[in-house]
Design a protein around this ligand. Structure first.
Ligand SMILES: [Fe+2]
Ligand SMILES: [Fe+2]
Length: 248
């Protein structure tokens, strides 16, 4: 009984930043563990997975544009401006990714639709147009996950290049992931995270300097829905590559 009370007290002091990260890293570490050893997966399954990841890259600027527009209605412009900065940075990334994949003979235009990816992208688009506070939560969660995705896809790329003896043609592909991991995604996460640092649950936190008035229940809701969507998507992706690898 005493333990229950002290846990409840500790929880009430935790910030939403910590809690969102706890849930997100729980999901991220689960996926990472399933991809730590790539040997069980066929080369074509890993190539297929890269084409699915490209789909997110292709839509990412649309999500950011919607989110930037929604967050313009906060009572300060800091989050809106940060999302615009992020959008400008991501502007030509899908084109770079597409051409890097083409150099290792993967044509994104020849992909057949995977329903789960479509549902995932629709969900993220819907979440990107929620209330400003919930959009902040969604974007913080997806930018955090972007770091792990580039880590995982860098490993997958190197594995495929080695198996296909395409190392000489894959420099742009590896470079694309390296570029994101050398601070780009970390800064997308951190620059949004600043606004959530130390905020309590179930509160309307009044504007303070650059930070707008934030509804923390909505932030947590937006983040949790994004994490749930990523969890479903990745679970389906891993099921699919496992199945493809068994058939190969
Ligand atoms: Fe990017
Ligand atoms: Fe990002």
């Amino acid at each position: 009984m005493i333990e229950t009370i002290s846990t409840a007290l500790a929880d009430s002091k935790a910030s939403i930043h910590t809690e969102i990260d706890r849930q997100n890293y729980d999901f991220i570490n689960g996926v990472k563990a399933q991809l730590a050893d790539l040997k069980p997966y066929s080369t074509s399954a890993l190539e297929w997975l890269m084409l699915e990841h490209y789909q997110f890259s292709l839509r990412n600027t649309k999500f950011l544009a919607i989110a930037a527009e929604v967050t313009e209605s906060f009572d300060t412009q800091a989050i809106h401006l940060e999302l615009l900065r992020n959008l400008a940075e991501e502007n030509n990334h899908a084109a770079i990714y597409k051409s890097a994949l083409k150099q290792i003979n993967l044509d994104v235009d020849e992909r057949t639709e995977f329903k789960s990816t479509t549902v995932f992208l629709e969900t993220i688009e819907r979440l990107s147009s929620g209330s400003p506070s919930s959009v902040l939560g969604t974007m913080f969660a997806t930018e955090t996950a972007a770091i792990f995705e580039h880590e995982v896809f860098k490993d997958i790329s190197e594995e495929v290049l080695r198996r296909r003896s395409l190392e000489a043609h894959g420099q742009h592909l590896v470079g694309f992931h390296d570029m994101h991991l050398s601070g780009v995604e970390q800064s997308h996460r951190n620059e949004l995270g600043i606004f959530l640092e130390g905020l309590e649950f179930d509160a309307i936190v009044e504007r303070n300097a650059d930070r707008p008035t934030i509804d923390t229940s909505q932030v947590v809701d937006g983040a949790e829905q994004a994490i749930a969507a990523m969890k479903y998507w990745w679970s389906d992706l891993i099921d699919e590559i496992s199945l493809m690898s068994k058939k190969a």
